[in-house]
Ligand binder design. Structure first.
Ligand code: XUL
Length: 581
């Protein structure tokens, strides 16, 4: 008989529930998925959600059915669930589940019974609202305004909670429900995020919020590590015994292990009664746990949009990005920067370039050649290419090309086009990468490198809400950059991004089809081993030592000279962005 130990990671996302298993060598050994629209079609969701105008929601019962179904698949595959030591997972962020006053007694049945399915025990009566707002919801503009007004504007909001007010964030969503559905709100005994909803079901009793995911609510005072009274009072300052604080089940959890799996899962699917449950977290937070990221490491996801995740110990919030408490590294934060314009903007330039040269529109050869062509000088050129309105910087759709003075960095003139379309290929990738570089700068530690260029280091540069001397940007480099997502397969794009961002200890690329669930597996494994005193290494050290590095491809050498060249484009980028609205 195999004596392997296993760890499970769930990924409860918008369109599916996945469950991934790894063994003690961190090797993926099994995976099962339930696709909501296809396999639970009786809920009539479209891609997992109901859409009514700006309101986007998910049926909570569907998630319960999915949980039984995914575990049934494991059972049918004869996976040895009795050897699973611990479970954790990843859930869509910001969604909220509304429990009724019967919830606790209904959940309690999961500690005694297993003949029927989950939905029989924890059915509609357990919830005061049958649907959970989804992160794609855009119906809370009014409540976001109320939130920001309450604390004194977007900057204050970001200082306090790590993000300015966003439609999808849970605080404004709860406020909307309290205003538009007061009876439902009144009947609600407890409110959880999707993450502690799933944890609750697995342990068979109501558990509080997971702290890192709680940072996606616009309610949590990150520095004080407690809910903001001001913001809680905005939602509800009324009755003493049913306050919002009680509904949110007190201060979020900071524990590694929350309990053991309840009897229902032991009897029905053969889990070990000692199987530990580590709190589920949000999907982006789980993603950073899926890679061996340490402080000053950056993950760049080059998808339709570009997303940058990084690990930092600097609490430097901005209304243009997000900071969350790190789910497994005490004293650290996860920064998340989301750009709207990524692949689509690059593809537009590629098509224009190809049409000039009568090439097939979807071929990257010309574009890539142009990106890496150092014989073509673009030293006095800069362009921003935003076919969609951009989040960072927060501006309307715009395309703008400028020529600047290379000595001062000041813009000389706006131009309709550059010397050649090939310049656009180079300039779009450079300016996208440079935008990432300047935004992550304040979150990085000093790298002890010096720019060899003669630059006026006292020149004040401004990006979004940050105004500081150029000097502050010249010494900040990440240690390692990891590239994921569709365009990470493109050598030229990755190489250019690597040069501009300038990691000092390496650039890597990998395919990450399972990152959310895998982050859950690693969190479960590390939490279990650490909590039971089998290891003493902190999460980042544990993962760096045990990570299956063979899946990682080293993509580009560290090139100091190339990095230095882009220092002279920081002032012009700041100048150019100031002209956008
Ligand atoms: C993050 C966000 C999305 C969802 C997707 O703020 O809204 O990434 O978490 O599930």
């Amino acid at each position: 008989m195999s004596l392997d130990s296993y760890y499970l990671g769930f990924d409860l996302s918008t369109q599916q529930l996945k469950c991934l298993a790894i063994d003690q060598n961190l090797k993926i050994v099994h995976s099962e998925t339930v696709e909501f629209e296809k396999e639970l079609s009786h809920y009539h969701t479209k891609k997992g959600v109901y859409i009514h105008g700006d309101t986007i929601e998910c049926p909570v019962a569907m998630w319960l059915e999915a949980l039984d179904l995914v575990l049934l698949k494991y059972h049918k595959a004869k996976f040895p669930l009795e050897r699973v030591m611990a479970i954790s997972g990843s859930c869509q962020q910001h969604g909220s589940v509304y429990w009724s006053s019967q919830a606790e007694s209904l959940l309690e049945q999961l500690n005694r019974k297993s003949e029927k399915d989950l939905l029989h025990y924890v059915g509609p009566a357990a919830f005061s609202r049958q649907t959970a707002p989804n992160w794609q919801d855009r119906s809370t503009a009014k409540q976001c305004q109320e939130f920001e007004q309450c604390v004194g504007g977007p900057e204050k909001m970001a200082q306090l909670t790590g993000s300015r007010a966003h439609f999808r964030f849970t605080g404004p969503q709860i406020l909307k429900i309290s205003q538009l559905e007061p009876e439902t709100y009144e009947k609600t005994k407890a409110i959880s995020l999707v993450s502690n909803f799933l944890t609750t079901i697995l342990v068979g009793h109501l558990v509080g919020l997971e702290e890192a995911d709680a940072c996606g609510m616009n309610l949590y005072d990150i520095r004080e590590r407690k809910f903001s009274d001001e913001l809680l009072n905005l939602i509800d300052s009324s009755s003493k015994d049913k306050t919002i604080r009680q509904k949110l089940m007190g201060t979020p959890m900071k524990t590694m292990i929350v309990g053991t799996i309840c009897k229902y899962f032991v009897e029905k699917y053969g889990f070990n009664a000692n199987c530990k449950v580590s709190p589920m977290t949000g999907d982006n937070l789980a993603t950073i746990c899926s890679l061996p990221l340490r402080k000053n490491d950056v993950l760049v996801s080059l998808g339709t949009s570009t997303t940058v995740l990084l690990v930092t110990d600097k609490y430097h919030p901005s209304p243009n990005y997000h900071l969350f408490i790190h789910p497994t590294l005490p004293g650290h934060y996860m920064g998340m920067i989301c750009y709207c314009n990524g692949s689509l903007a690059r593809e537009k330039i590629r098509e224009q370039l190809n049409s000039e040269h009568a090439e097939k529109s979807d071929d990257w050869a010309l574009f890539n050649q142009a990106v890496l062509d150092d014989s073509e000088n673009n030293d006095n050129e800069l362009g921003v290419y935003f076919p969609l309105g951009e989040i960072v910087p927060s501006v309307k759709a715009v395309e703008k090309r400028v020529i600047y003075d290379t000595k001062t960095g000041r813009i000389e003139r706006v131009v309709e086009k550059f010397k050649d379309k090939t310049h656009d290929a180079k300039n779009i990738v450079e300016s996208q990468a440079l935008s990432c570089r300047v935004r992550i700068s304040p979150l990085l530690s000093d790298s002890n490198t010096r720019s060899e260029q003669k630059l006026n280091e006292d020149t004040i540069v401004k990006f979004d809400y940050d105004e500081s001397p150029l000097r502050e940007y010249l010494n900040k480099r990440p240690e390692r950059t990891f590239f994921v997502g569709g365009a990470s397969k493109n050598e030229a794009i990755v190489k250019k991004f690597a040069q501009v961002i300038g990691a000092t200890k390496g650039n890597f690329r990998l395919e990450t089809p399972n990152s959310c669930a895998l982050g859950g597996c690693y969190k479960a494994m590390w939490s279990f081993l650490y909590d039971s005193d089998k290891i003493t290494a902190p999460f980042d050290k544990f993962l760096n030592e045990n990570f299956p590095w063979h899946v990682m491809e080293s993509v580009s050498d560290v090139n100091n000279e190339k990095w230095d060249r882009y220092n002279s484009k920081i002032v012009p980028l700041s100048e150019l962005e100031k002209t956008l609205t």
